[in-house]
Design a protein around this ligand. Structure first.
Ligand code: CMC
Length: 431
């Protein structure tokens, strides 16, 4: 079949430009506009509403149908039958591991979990009340200084070691950022535990008492990791790719991803959801907050609702909703006032005309915050846990980007709306 094209026709002249249409294996066709700049034309798309910034074979989302696949596997199947280590392998290598590959992968990650001893002193430079995400941006960026032998993005072996180091050490950094807040001693990773149990251990154990991670909570946490592991070209993954496109080292790129994730419109929404629920305080005030969310003159938004791509239920939210009910039941928390309030808000928003018309469904952050809160995880750690899980996706996206022959430095252009040329005015002629 001959190449399909689209023709751009200018309304004020006979000029036309023919552009090739690219087809993926799934999802919308993409118009290849790369040749436009050499013809003196640019495309305009702030916020990237209609822009495919790269080609990728890692993750697929169909926002209308509410589908999410990692390497072709539906998220529902992975959440039910797989675990975070297997999913990380899948994201990085493209295929599910064999039994032997999995053992080797898990073992390698395990043996990279310790931080360079001097990194402990690095933590001590922060204020005690520093937000864990602030500590993570700083300390993950600082890995560039501690692990210089795996910071060359153009060396395949160094890339691989960096990937293992990030996957293994980010949980240690996240847990230690919490311990630092509490003023408790840092707990060293324990190789006898699985990934999620080890994280719970580093967060909640102390040297003075025996601590055994609860397997039900570890399984629920592992599921949270699986659901958050990757999500196509979202703000933080795009940040990692843009940073990496200049040849920056992987630790600096992932620190950039963490910074981008922190915002309340992205990963920070899980913490913002709980802050909002605490502000609402009582079911009698839900109406007031729903009214504020609909009011165009009020900047308030219902946190944990809406998504750029999903105009149907976010499949991660559907799974997380179930996990949320399971965990609340398991812990006997269904009658907790905050959780009752959350479930009431969910019900009202799902039926409200404004939210229904705009297709604003509860997203994954709405339920994950509630689940983590029920598990005894403090609000300030929610986004840090999202970052820990998304590290798998960031690393996979970064590796794909670095290896792609199509990749060039990311350099968007602009529609300039400033002053036209004018001459410099000496001070006495201004104003
Ligand atoms: N509450 C009230 N109104 C909303 C909300 C909300 N949560 N979300 C979107 N809207 C309205 C918005 O005012 C706009 O209305 P109109 O067309 O009349 O101007 C319309 O819906 C479309 O919104 P938008 O801001 O143009 O959509 P977007 O794709 O740029 O933003 C979003 C997507 C997720 C940033 C947004 O829905 C939002 O701010 N949600 C709350 C924050 C949140 O929960 N973020 C987590 C997203 S999921 C996990 C992740 O990505 O990390």
């Amino acid at each position: 079949m001959s190449q399909r094209t689209v023709t751009l026709k200018f309304s004020d002249s006979d000029r036309t430009i023919e552009l090739p249409i690219m087809e993926g294996t799934l999802g919308p066709d993409v118009i290849d506009t790369r040749s436009l700049s050499s013809q003196g034309i640019l495309t305009y798309d702030p916020g990237f509403l209609s822009t495919a910034s790269c080609s990728s074979n890692i993750t697929f989302i169909d926002g209308d149908e509410g589908l999410l696949y990692y390497r072709g596997y539906p998220i529902e199947q992975l959440a039910e039958h797989s675990d975070f280590m297997e999913v990380s392998y899948l994201l990085m290598h493209g295929e599910l591991p064999t039994a032997e590959q999995k053992v080797k992968f898990v073992d390698t990650v395990r043996h990279h979990t310790l931080l360079h001893d001097l990194m402990g002193s690095f933590f001590r430079g922060f204020r005690r009340d520093a937000h864990p995400m602030a500590v993570m941006v700083g300390t993950v960026g600082a890995m560039s200084a501690f692990y210089r032998d795996s910071s060359d993005p153009f060396d395949a072996k160094q890339r691989e070691v960096a990937a293992y180091r990030l996957l293994a050490k980010v949980p240690t950094i996240a847990a230690w950022s919490y311990k630092y807040n509490l003023g408790e001693p840092f707990m060293y990773p324990q190789n006898r535990f699985d990934y999620a149990s080890n994280f719970l251990y580093m967060m909640f154990a102390t040297p003075s008492e025996d601590y055994q991670p609860n397997p039900v909570l570890a399984r629920a946490l592992d599921r949270i990791f699986v659901l958050h592991a990757d999500h196509e070209q979202n703000a933080s993954s795009s940040t990692v790719r843009v940073a990496g496109s200049s040849g920056a080292n992987p630790f600096a790129c992932v620190a950039g991803g963490i910074a981008s994730l922190w915002g309340p419109l992205h990963g920070g929404a899980n913490e913002a959801t709980l802050t909002m629920l605490e502000q609402i305080g009582d079911a009698s005030r839900i109406g007031e907050y729903i009214r504020r969310a609909k009011d165009k003159t009020d900047s308030f938004r219902l946190m944990g609702f809406g998504h750029r791509v999903y105009k149907n239920m976010d499949p991660r939210a559907a799974i997380m909703r179930q996990t949320c009910h399971d965990v609340l039941n398991e812990l006997g928390l269904h009658d907790d006032p905050l959780f009752k309030l959350a479930l009431k808000l969910e019900k009202i928003a799902l039926e409200d005309e404004y939210f229904v018309d705009k297709k604003l469904y509860p997203n994954v952050d709405f339920y994950s915050g509630i689940v983590m809160r029920a598990m005894g995880i403090p609000n300030s750690m929610f986004t840090a846990i999202f970052a820990l899980a998304r590290t798998a996706g960031w690393v996979a996206q970064w590796m794909e980007m670095v290896a792609s022959p199509e990749q060039r430095i990311a350099r968007p252009r602009q529609l300039y709306t400033g002053s036209i040329r004018r001459d410099f005015l000496p001070m006495d002629q201004r104003g």
